[in-house]
Each structure stands twice: as structure tokens, then as C-alpha cells.
Design a protein around this ligand. Sequence first.
Ligand SMILES: [Zn+2]
Length: 141
Amino acid sequence: MLKWVGTVLCVLIMATSLGSFVVGIGWLGFGPPWRNVFVAKGKVWVDTSVPWDRGWYVFPAEHYSAVKVRWLPALNRATPPGWWAFSLPFWIPLTAAAVPTACLWWRDHRRIPPGRCQHCGYDLTGNVSGRCPECGTTVGK
Ligand SMILES: [Zn+2]
């Protein structure tokens, strides 16, 4: 069950990441001082902002044509003084979600299905002796 939650989460992060190269989505909700949270160019950004209308906004990704795609988290400082932007690339949360999810899938894949010896995987269909003929493990019912 948890592996499905993880899988859906990974797909959502990936879809958001790819989508953010086409369209940016942001939320201006904190402040003052104004903080702007948005996704664009495969990253999650937090920056100081000009105080335009509060709430959700959508913009084409070309809006950020000047922004270089970098693969590491970055804190940018520039003019005007006091302006900053922090960016977190999507691969970091994606990896954080994908690694445990992959482990869950791998663990489930290795689990020996019922009806087989849990020790060696030998097919016990029709076995009545209560003992695996392959490895001698006592078979629990
Ligand atoms: Zn066995």
C-alpha cells in the first residue's frame, strides 16, 4: 500500500517538474515581508517578491527565460538589495520519494508467494508431508 503512495508521489513530482518547463505556477501568500513560492524550470522557488495581488498565479515558463537550469539547490542574491531567491531542484524531493518506494517494490518483489516453500521457493502444490522436499524446511500451514 505504502509503495503505491510513494509511486503516486513520484509520478506527481515528475509531472509537476516536467510541467514546470511549460508553465510556472506560484503562490504569493506570505507577508509582509512578501514571500513568493512557485514552481518553474524543474525547481521549487522561494523568493522575496514585489507585493502584487495575493494568491495563485500562472505564467508561461518563458517568463523565466533568463533563469539558468541548475542541478543544485541555490541561494541567489541580486539587486535590489535584500532580494533573494532560493531554488530547490525537483530531483531532490523526487529522489527522497523514489528511493524508499523502490525499496518497497524490491522487497515485495522478492517475497515468495503463498503455496511455495518460504525458504527456497520450491512449489509445494499437492505437498501433504508438511516438509519441503527440496530443502527439508518444515512447511507451516
Ligand atoms: Zn524449501
